[in-house]
Design a protein around this ligand. Structure first.
Ligand code: S3P
Length: 442
């Protein structure tokens, strides 16, 4: 039984550690893994995926796609084989789709269901059930889908043929963009999404790779993405690069623990995802990109990260979408930097798996850091490299990234950090604790 399937919280103390050294390899990218399964499930023929992230969120996507007719199997060497049903041919699921903790599964699958003549009920855990779905139900309703509400549990009834729309994103969200484009896949005519602020572009890159008629233009400083619907998708062979959002915890840990010199292999560095590494370098972090190459159509490198004295900075808010999941661990880095770090423009963090501004402010205060919480960001006065006192218990609120960030804070503390529940880590990074213990020689 995995720790995460335990019915009771699994607390753990993350104690001060020796230097992080050697090499680690982080699991496959979560965003690309979800999309590999979804697009494979819509292609006719066999899609093969290596390096798929086998975390609970991605497994929830796989289970939902199976319930809608796709054949998805894991082979003994870890390759995943997907036999798709074809665009427009998803079947009515017989039972509610259990999305667990996963916003990406929920929002993207809502897009797929929207233009099929089927109904699906989406259910999730306590964290997911609090998250706003209106941001996807609103545009999908314009295309013809019907929703019983704007939070989970909810039932969606799709419409076929659906109506193509042109939609300007009111929030910078790759999930909303992707939901609309996926609904557009099975909608005759051209569906258009206008993105005033660019967000991760895996959907666009991968749909093109699967042969969809999708193109991107720039107009008046905005990205305009169009898809011509009722296309066929061709099966692909995909190698999923390592997840920069998972690598982030190891990069910050190595920067903070004296004497560290760690190489993180195979890290995806798509510019729409790599903002954290820019910011950490601006703070004085030593992060070298070795062996740059392409994996699965994405830029990838090995990152050599060495212990560094960090300085506080004002983080450019325009970088936020390219590091939206990395702020919890950036706040940990800032708590040990010299001087003040100011972050702004981060309202979206309040509607992630937890309210990441409030939860990280509370967690870092318990650890002994000097934090001011503002409506749209945190202001952090760092210790100048002194370890945090440590403490707890840290309330993680079913949020994997809070648990992993505070584990990193524990390595750079005097007394260690008590994390109330490590189960959520399995949603995105099941091997995290084992890898961290190995890298820190514990
Ligand atoms: C994701 C997009 C982001 C991110 C999430 C994964 C995706 O969410 O936080 O972890 O795969 O499209 P938003 O698009 O809501 O910002």
């Amino acid at each position: 039984m995995s720790a995460s399937s335990s019915p009771v919280p699994t607390p753990r103390r993350f104690g001060p550690a020796g230097p992080l050294t050697g090499r680690v390899r982080v699991p496959g990218d979560k965003s690309i893994s979800h999309r590999s399964l979804m697009f494979g499930a819509l292609a006719v023929g066999e899609t093969r995926v290596s390096g798929l992230l086998e975390g609970e969120d991605v497994l929830a996507t796989a289970a939902a796609l199976r319930a809608m007719g796709a054949t998805i199997e894991r082979e003994s060497d870890g390759t995943w084989s997907i036999h798709g049903v074809g665009v427009g041919a998803l079947l009515q699921p017989r039972k509610p789709l259990d999305m667990g903790n996963s916003g990406t599964s929920t929002r993207l699958l809502m897009g797929l269901v929207a233009s099929h003549p089927i109904a699906a009920t989406f259910v999730g855990d306590a964290s997911l059930s609090k998250r706003p779905m209106g941001r996807v139900t609103e545009p999908l309703a314009l295309m013809g889908a019907d929703f019983s509400g704007t939070t989970l549990p909810l039932t969606e009834r799709g419409l076929s043929p659906a109506v193509p729309i042109e939609y300007r994103l009111p929030v910078a969200s790759a999930q909303v963009k992707s939901a609309i484009l996926l609904a557009g896949l099975n909608t005759a005519g051209i569906t258009t999404v206008i993105e005033p602020v660019p967000t991760r572009d895996h959907t666009e890159r991968m749909l093109k790779g699967f042969g969809a008629d999708l193109w991107v233009e720039e107009a008046g400083g905005e990205r305009v993405i169009r898809i011509r619907g009722e296309a066929e998708l061709n099966p692909q062979t995909i190698e999923v690069p390592g997840d920069p959002s998972s690598a982030a915890f190891f990069a910050v840990a190595a920067l903070l623990v004296p004497g560290s010199d760690l190489t993180i292999e195979n890290v995806g560095l798509n510019p729409t995802r790599a903002g954290l590494y820019r910011v950490l370098r601006q703070m004085g972090g030593s992060i070298e990109e070795l062996n740059p190459r392409e994996v699965g159509g994405e830029p990838v490198a090995d990152l050599r990260v060495r212990y560094s004295a960090l300085s506080g900075i004002e983080v450019d808010p325009t970088l936020a979408p390219s590091m939206i999941d990395e702020f919890p661990v950036l706040f940990v880095a800032a708590a040990l930097a010299q001087g003040r770090t100011i972050t702004t423009g981060l309202e979206e963090l309040r509607v992630k798996e937890s309210d990441r501004l409030a939860v990280m402010a509370a967690a870092l205060r318990l650890a002994g850091a000097d934090i001011e919480e503002r409506e749209d960001g945190l202001v952090i006065d760092g210790t100048g490299g002194e370890p945090l006192p440590g403490g707890g218990p840290i309330a993680t609120h079913l949020d994997h990234r809070i648990a992993m960030s505070m584990a990193v804070a524990g390595l750079a503390s005097r007394a260690g950090m008590d994390v109330d529940d490590t189960r959520p880590i399995a949603t995105s990074f099941p091997a995290f604790e084992a890898l961290l213990d190995t890298a820190a020689g514990q």
